[in-house]
Write a protein that binds this ligand. Sequence first.
Ligand SMILES: Cc1cc2nc3c(=O)[nH]c(=O)nc-3n(C[C@H](O)[C@H](O)[C@H](O)COP(=O)(O)OP(=O)(O)OC[C@H]3O[C@@H](n4cnc5c(N)ncnc54)[C@H](O)[C@@H]3O)c2cc1C
Ligand code: SF4
Ligand code: SF4
Ligand code: SF4
Length: 374
Amino acid sequence: MIKLAHREDCCGCGACAAACPHGAIRMEADGMGFRYPVVDRTLCVDCGLCEKICAFKPVTAPVVTSAEAIRFPELMDRSQSGGLAAALMRKAFREGYVVYGAAIDEDSTVRHRRVTTPEGLEPLRLSKYVQSDMEGIPQQVLQDLKAGRKVLFTGTPCQCAGIGSLCAPYRERLLLADIVCHGVPAPAVWKGYLAYAADQAGAPVREALFRDPSLGWHEHQERLVFADGKTYTGDRYTFLFYRHLMLRPSCGTCPFASLHRSSDITMADCWGVEKVLPGFADDNRGCSLLLANTPAGAAFCSDFPDACQRQAVDVQKVLQRNLVRPTKPNRFAKSFENAYLRKGFAFVLGRYGRESLNYKLEQWIWAVKKRFRK
Ligand SMILES: Cc1cc2nc3c(=O)[nH]c(=O)nc-3n(C[C@H](O)[C@H](O)[C@H](O)COP(=O)(O)OP(=O)(O)OC[C@H]3O[C@@H](n4cnc5c(N)ncnc54)[C@H](O)[C@@H]3O)c2cc1C
Ligand code: SF4
Ligand code: SF4
Ligand code: SF4
């Protein structure tokens, strides 16, 4: 049976719970909103299946060497990088696949959902920088595959690995497309932030964009639209995300931050494309990096119905950190968690946000270190 010695050992994919033939595992959220498996020992027969299915371990597939810079001009206005995810999902839908991806629900929770209509694809577009809730999703993917359907599952590498392991007998009808992943922030902090923002604005949040694409590809700021029509654009949440204060503990030991990929396709921002392919994507509208990791992935991406510009690049020249090693958690991450759980969002924003003494001190130490290194 699954025994987690450390929180770092589990990404919360839920594959073990879906695999248990005795329904002995439920996924329970901790205070930060991260789900972990809890085993009901009265139902467990110690068959070991859950441990076998768990795919939170290094990938043994060969290193990916081929890469392309790709952009879909007509899809980029509502995409985070070059529109690759939208193009993949649209193509899969036309070819009869059931599509899975992350969307923001009416209660502002980011959840994975199953899509079978063209309108249903829209909410899956754009990055949601928070861990998406996978409750019941592995079970649905398995059901679809057992019923003979084709499935495209999009998500973080760990979610894709869990789905791939659970659905291994049906792999020829399952296409997995992952993102290069920096780590996922805590769902509870996201909710806490929205409540804080609503309180400040005097109106509930009606719509949220984690990274507003209208500001340009290189800009990373969230945008909130309130029920009274007012808006907020800034980086109160984004700043905490990029300081690695509120990531899932498993993100610091992520076995998927590598060019060994377990998914068929990998999508990312093609950072550095301006240097590698001058003139290809100099308009700050976005550019995706496409890694086709398996023959099935390469065949699927050989053409797209949506118009695109694509060019091969040397993967070594567009390598970013999370294709090499996991994100290092902030040394204050544990204190941040304790403070959030005890005192809430406004408190952690004041203590760890851009204007905090904590951050200013960190900047000062960094500047002094840099000076002495010279
Ligand atoms: C938490 C997170 C961290 C990321 N870190 C990096 C990084 O370090 N480097 C990098 O190059 N790119 C990163 N990305 C991916 C990047 O933001 C773009 O999503 C990616 O380049 C695809 O862009 P796009 O234009 O093709 O599609 P978009 O329309 O922007 O992407 C939408 C796709 O992403 C999936 N998705 C959205 N939010 C989530 C979520 N919370 N969990 C799982 N799947 C989700 C959807 O299912 C959909 O398939 C990250 C994305 C997320 C969600
Ligand atoms: S060991 Fe078997 S019965 Fe027990 S929780 Fe795991 S899968 Fe279920
Ligand atoms: S990583 Fe996934 S399969 Fe492994 S224990 Fe956690 S939830 Fe279960
Ligand atoms: S960094 Fe790794 S463990 Fe964390 S969400 Fe991304 S793929 Fe999963």
